[in-house]
Design a protein around this ligand. Sequence first.
Ligand code: SF4
Length: 196
Amino acid sequence: MITYELGNNLYINLTNRCTNKCSFCVKEYSDGIGGQNLWIESEPTAEEIIKEIGDPSRYKEVVFCGFGEPVLRLEQILEVSRHLKKNYRSRIRINTNGQGNLVYGRNIVPLFEGLIDVISVSLNAKNAEDYQRLCKSSYGEEAFYGVIEFIKECKQYIPEVVVTVVDVIPPEDIEMCRTIAGELGVGFKVRHFYNV
Ligand code: SF4
């Protein structure tokens, strides 16, 4: 399934691939979200996504997520977002693991300026060692530092930046992540396990 509704939002499932293998990932436990199977046989083109979305005016937000890491489909995010902004002035969010600049080897965040209204970045841990233990990034412990730098860049180009943790980590770690978010000057949200 490429698109699905949750609450007042429309979610776009761009890929099943990811640079992490988080122990709490919903992919490890389920075939989808809200009873919808999100395993896809082939990744949708921008044209296919635009066609399936149709007129999104009734939604509060259009959210690029995945049953995987959406920024791995950067070109499709940009093309679909340009279409949605130009034709519908949609409010657009990306939910990401924040490793986009590591993936592309350059700063991709300026590309989001004027297109993406909100970005939700999974911080997940208070330090690089914990992050790697929990998320098993293909970039090793460098991933955590890459995520922090990505968040700083997002602040420059995206109106609303929120970092998240899942409540599988100890409460004191959650508080340390809240402090990191405060120092970075971005929003903070605790997500519930199974409710990611
Ligand atoms: S970053 Fe997200 S999609 Fe990727 S493994 Fe972790 S929870 Fe799953």
